[in-house]
Write a protein that binds this ligand. Structure first.
Ligand SMILES: Cc1cc2nc3c(=O)[nH]c(=O)nc-3n(C[C@H](O)[C@H](O)[C@H](O)COP(=O)(O)O)c2cc1C
Length: 153
């Protein structure tokens, strides 16, 4: 069974619904051989990443940068995972009230260092909250899980 982890900070009802939608997509009935877990950034450890076959990161943009909890997650897992997890398939979604550029750039640099492999473009959910954001997150979860299920990555 492949392991997919979703590490997302969820400071609001909206962002919690986005993380739930990603998990729901990843757990779609047609996905057969992928076990998906949603982890809060503070709970997620280097061991979780080391045992993962794919990872989805969800961050809000705060003060023009990634959420502090997501930065803390990367700081804890970076060196323990650097050698072993090169090529790890990942997807990223960002919820930003206005912009999202700082988070895209900041996480992009870290992931370039980790040499993880993108499965799709970064999903940027900016501006006022729209119900469509949840559908996009669900699709993202499904895309990642389906790719793992079918050994595409
Ligand atoms: C302390 C703080 C700083 C924020 N800074 C930014 C920012 O620099 N750029 C931005 O686009 N949104 C910023 N936001 C908005 C958050 O990204 C947004 O509130 C969060 O993604 C939750 O989305 P929601 O309002 O739909 O629940 C900030 C929010 C907080 C609480």
């Amino acid at each position: 069974m492949k392991q997919l982890i979703i590490v997302a900070n969820t400071p609001s009802e909206n962002t919690a619904s986005l993380a739930d939608a990603v998990l729901q997509g990843a757990q779609s009935p047609e996905i057969e051989d992928v076990s998906s877990r949603l982890l809060k950034p503070l709970e997620a450890t280097a061991d979780d990443v080391l045992s993962a076959d794919g990872i989805i990161i969800g961050s809000t943009e705060n003060f023009g940068a990634m959420a502090g909890l997501i930065k803390d997650f990367f700081e804890r897992i970076y060196y323990p995972c650097l050698e072993e997890k090169q090529g790890l398939p990942y997807a990223l979604y960002i919820r930003a009230g206005l912009d999202g550029t700082g988070t895209t750039t900041g996480i992009g640099k870290i992931i370039t260092g980790l040499r993880w492999k993108p499965v799709t473009e970064t999903l940027l959910l900016d501006g006022s909250f729209k119900p469509d954001f949840s559908s996009q997150c669900k699709e993202l979860g499904m895309l990642m899980a389906a790719g793992l299920d079918n050994n595409i990555y």
